[in-house]
Design a protein around this ligand. Structure first.
Ligand SMILES: [Fe+2]
Length: 131
């Protein structure tokens, strides 16, 4: 049973971005599941790296999409992405610098908040233009 689920409340009305959000959630679930299963630090670390790499790709694609529709909120949205990346990097560093083979509870909550607040609240803004 996965922790993070894509459902209709995360549908922003842009199919390509919905598909990327689903892949993003798969990466989040891989981190969550491996963390819960207490796999080795190395194994968990590579799933976290894969999540990070996908986030970079997704933000670039999302910003390119917003630019393609001349979305007025692009700069604000880009700033929010930068903030999310900074926070994600901080969680990843905390994990790398600790002796534990598990991430913190805060890391898990951060991923959950990301889905509920960023996708549902913020990404919805550029998505709704198409409705
Ligand atoms: Fe976004």
């Amino acid at each position: 049973m996965s922790y993070y689920q894509w459902d209709a409340s995360l549908d922003i009305g842009v199919e390509a971005m919905n598909e990327e959000h689903k892949v993003l959630i798969e990466h989040m679930n891989a981190v969550y599941d491996q963390n819960a299963a207490q796999v080795s630090k190395e194994e968990l670390g590579s799933s976290i790296q894969a999540l990070f790499d996908y986030v970079i790709k997704h933000f670039a694609d999302e910003e390119a999409y917003m630019a393609s529709i001349d979305f007025a909120g692009l700069e604000t949205h880009r700033q929010l992405h930068d903030n999310l990346l900074t926070e994600l990097k901080r969680h990843i560093e905390d994990f790398a610098n600790s002796d534990a083979n598990q991430v913190s509870e805060q890391f898990i909550m951060f991923l959950k908040l990301w889905l509920t607040t960023h996708i549902r609240g913020i990404d919805m803004k550029y998505g709704n233009l198409n409705h």
